[in-house]
Design a protein. Structure first.
Length: 832
């Protein structure tokens, strides 16, 4: 559609201007003194392409046919000659590489030469056609050819520069001075031309008076202004001369022929060429000035932006460098090789292939622009990181790139900063990994420490319990000694648990097993556990819990740990003969547990730090009280995990201290909570009441420690269970396959196959072969993650060492579904 519109537009324009020129034809409607269609045709093919030549042919043929003075074949020949002349002129101009906007002097001179040759072709074909058709006197052929040629040249000078300058000259200037010059020169030129060429005649006015106005337009408004002003000037001159007015019409005759049209042609050609040359020179001068200003601005911008630029003529490989390009590599102006090969030699060998590939992708159209970060060699031998950006800005008709431009930015500092940041990040990652490894090592150490401490404690507590159970009445010193052994072993076990709890609190791994809890039972159980220690120091324990249940949602084991720590701390710092009092009170929205003593009290300066871990009022080697400084810190953290708080008050040294735990009440169903707590209390009472009778239950106990095997076996025999022992996992598998027990109790840490390997091997057996045996992990690995790992491996319950016989027997009974059994016995201390 676009091609058809262009054909129609060019054909119509050519037809109209050819029809206008034919009005002044002197020979058979063919040779015209001014033929503006010649300029229209040449400009049309230059702007839109030579493929539009049929528009010229048809437009000229239509005019000739309308005239009808020549044979049709002669009309066709003349039309073909005009089309041929336009095609040849357009192709010649295009191949010279000149600019269609005519902004340079060489562009104007080139177009002038093309119009002279183009008009000669049309005149030659036209005169030949007239001669062949015998439409003219053969003796006048030279005069007719000259008239035809000059007519096409003059018409071309009027129309072709006008159409080209306005068609390819870019955006119209918005400069006020330009428009003022254009308007003023146009008005003056038209007015003066009217006075010179139209009636009434003024003999004193001559045509040369118009030239200053044309020069004004050329110098003030450039090629566009000159061509636009010259159009009405030439039209008025042609009109007046045709009517017989003006200085050109009053000229005499030479050889019997009027010369007014010859003079008109000379006027048009000379005036047009003069104004075009002046306009081109003026435009070129303005362009150079603008270019100089632009280059100065570019240089300032490049300097401010620390940029270098390059301009690459791709076919020749020539590269022009500017800005800071050479300076950023240590070169002076013009010291670098101005060829793309020189640039390639500067690129780091490791980057060269990648950079070349990126550049090739852009040149071949696979990327919209070229961008690369690479290293270039500095004159001092170092490598500078360069950010290069560019794109192709000029192509050949076949799509081949001709010219590319771009910029260089030195990004060495940024690259060094990135490398430094990456190094810092790597060091941070390494430090974090080291810290994580240290944490894992610490956890592993604590786990090993727990195991190594709990294992002998298990034997100590087991044998002391066994002997105490078999003593018939108080046998004096022996009973006292065994009681002391049992009490201190329990204290040692509590220290181990405090270490593990603090580690879990610090790492955020400690979890609560929330359920309805009656605080009276919690405090009562804690008091019962510290009663032997209080009795040993002759300290009076007082407990005021109230008659009704005090229910809240909490972790019973952790609350009991809080109260135990407070009571143990009070007993430790209270002298013999003193008193420790535990109380429970209901406040709005809270339940308060308080423990007060008549001990040594707390100094005012230490009171703000009493709950800090590892902080002790007396940490010297001569202190009177022991401990790790963890008990009160654990109390505070466990209270906060329950959403509560811990507070301490004291009137100073020698006046005792009071510790209060505030726990929030929830909106849970009181009836449900009371029932659940009552059930839990009954269950706990069953455990505390004594050892469950396991008569008829066969137990296989596995432990690599001889003392542990012996004491646990003897303890279980106290429950009337049938006990078989094994010293390794392999031995246990053989015993289990030959005589499957009812319950398996196994240690975890054993040489060779450990407890995890044992339970996995058992669970792989068929049920009838012992694969479904009930199992308990009795181990010194007592962290929450150890509890979870044991259950995932296949154990039914996890009990930490050291273990009381009542809890162990209750756990076995729960697995067997016997009365007195408690599934909670195995998870009260190790809930996750």
């Amino acid at each position: 559609m676009k091609l058809l519109r262009q054909l129609a537009l060019l054909g119509a324009a050519y037809f109209l201007f050819a029809l206008l020129g034919a009005r002044w034809a002197t020979v058979s409607g063919a040779a015209s003194p001014v033929f503006p269609a010649a300029g229209v045709g040449l400009a049309g093919l230059l702007l839109w392409g030579t493929r539009l030549w049929p528009a010229i042919f048809l437009g000229r043929l239509a005019v000739a046919v309308l005239d009808g003075s020549l044979p049709f074949w002669a009309d066709v020949a003349i039309a073909a000659g005009n089309a041929l002349a336009a095609v040849v002129g357009a192709e010649v101009f295009r191949h010279t590489g000149l600019d269609l906007s005519l902004r340079r002097l060489r562009d104007v001179l080139g177009l002038s030469a093309v119009m002279l040759a183009h008009s000669a072709i049309a005149a030659t074909v036209g005169v030949g056609s007239l001669a062949a058709a015998r439409a003219m006197d053969p003796g006048a052929a030279g005069v007719v050819w000259l008239s035809w040629w000059v007519g096409d040249v003059s018409g071309g000078f009027v129309m072709a520069p006008l159409l080209l300058a306005w068609g390819r000259g870019g955006p119209v200037s918005r400069d006020r001075t330009w428009w003022l010059n254009l308007t003023s020169s146009a008005v003056t030129s038209v007015a003066l031309t009217w006075l010179v060429f139209l009636p009434p005649e003024r003999p004193l006015l001559r045509t040369f008076l118009i030239f200053p106005c044309l020069m004004w337009a050329a110098l003030g408004a450039g090629v566009r202004g000159a061509t636009l002003v010259f159009l009405p000037v030439s039209a008025i001159a042609l009109w007046g001369t045709t009517l017989g007015f003006g200085p050109l019409a009053t000229a005499g005759e030479i050889a019997g022929q009027p010369i007014r049209f010859l003079l008109l042609q000379q006027f048009i050609v000379i005036a047009a060429l003069t104004s075009l040359v002046l306009a081109a020179v003026a435009d070129e001068r303005r362009g150079k000035e603008a270019l100089q200003v632009s280059q100065e601005r570019l240089a300032l911008a490049l300097e401010a932006g620390r940029l270098g630029f390059w301009d690459w003529h791709i076919p020749s490989g020539h590269v022009t460098y500017g800005g800071l390009w050479e300076r950023m590599l240590g070169y002076g102006p013009g010291e670098t090789e101005p060829h793309v090969r020189g640039w390639e030699r500067l690129v780091h060998p490791e980057d060269r292939e990648r950079v070349t590939a990126l550049l090739r992708d852009h040149l071949e159209g696979r990327a919209d622009f070229y961008e690369s970060e690479h290293r270039l060699r500095h004159t001092d031998g170092s490598w500078r990181w360069i950010l290069a950006r560019g794109r192709v800005v000029q192509w050949q008709d076949g799509g081949q790139p001709i010219r590319a431009v771009g910029t260089h930015t030195d990004v060495t500092s940024r690259k060094e900063a990135e490398a430094e940041r990456a190094e810092l990040l790597q060091r941070e990652r390494n430090a974090r990994l080291d810290a994580e490894r240290a944490v894992r090592l610490k956890d592993d150490f604590l786990s090993t420490l727990s195991h190594e401490l709990r294992t002998p404690l298990n034997a100590i507590m087991g044998w002391s319990q066994l002997v105490l159970r078999r003593l018939d009445g108080p046998p004096g010193d022996l009973h006292h000694a065994l009681t002391a052994i049992d009490r201190n072993a329990r204290m040692q076990a509590r220290l181990v648990e405090d270490l593990l709890d603090m580690s879990g609190i610090i790492s955020g791994k400690l979890r609560l097993n929330i359920e309805p809890v009656d605080l009276r039972d919690v405090v009562s159980a804690a008091i019962a556990s510290v009663a032997p220690a209080a009795e040993a120091k002759d300290i009076r324990l007082e407990w005021n819990g109230g008659p009704s249940p005090e229910i809240l949602q909490a972790d019973a084991a952790r609350l009991q740990q809080i109260v135990w720590n407070l009571l143990s701390n009070a007993i430790r710092f209270t002298p013999p003969g003193g008193a420790v009092k535990a109380g429970l009170a209901r406040l709005p929205g809270h339940l308060a547990i308080s423990v007060s003593d008549t001990g040594q009290g707390i100094a005012p300066e230490f009171l703000p730090y009493v709950f800090d871990r590892f902080r002790q009022a007396d940490s010297s080697t001569t202190r009177h009280q022991g401990g790790l400084g963890l008990g009160l810190a654990i109390v505070k953290n466990l209270a906060e995990l329950h959403g509560g708080s811990a507070h301490a008050t004291s009137d100073g040294l020698g006046h005792g201290a009071t510790f209060t735990i505030m726990l929030p009440l929830t909106a849970a169903d009181a009836k449900h909570d009371t029932q659940a707590a009552t059930a839990g209390r009954a269950e706990a009472q069953e455990v505390a009441a004594g050892v469950v009778d396991l008569r008829g239950v066969s137990v296989l106990f596995v432990d690599d420690e001889p003392d542990a095997r012996q004491v646990v076996a003897r303890l279980l025999e106290e429950t009337r269970a049938c006990v078989t022992v094994a010293a390794s996992a392999g031995e246990a598998l053989r015993v289990l396959q030959s005589d499957p027990p009812d319950v398996l109790v196994s240690d975890i840490g054993m040489p060779g196959l450990d407890g995890y390997d044992l339970i996995r091997a058992i669970r792989a057996l068929p049920v009838e072969g012992g694969g479904g045996v009930r199992s308990i992990a009795l181990t010194a690995y007592a962290r929450p993650e150890d509890h979870t790992r044991a259950l995932l491996a296949g154990f039914d319950l996890h009990l930490p060492k050291p273990v009381a016989l009542a809890h162990l027997s209750a756990a076995i009974a729960s697995l067997m579904g016997r009365p007195g059994g408690s599934s909670a016995a195995g998870v009260v201390r190790n809930a996750d």
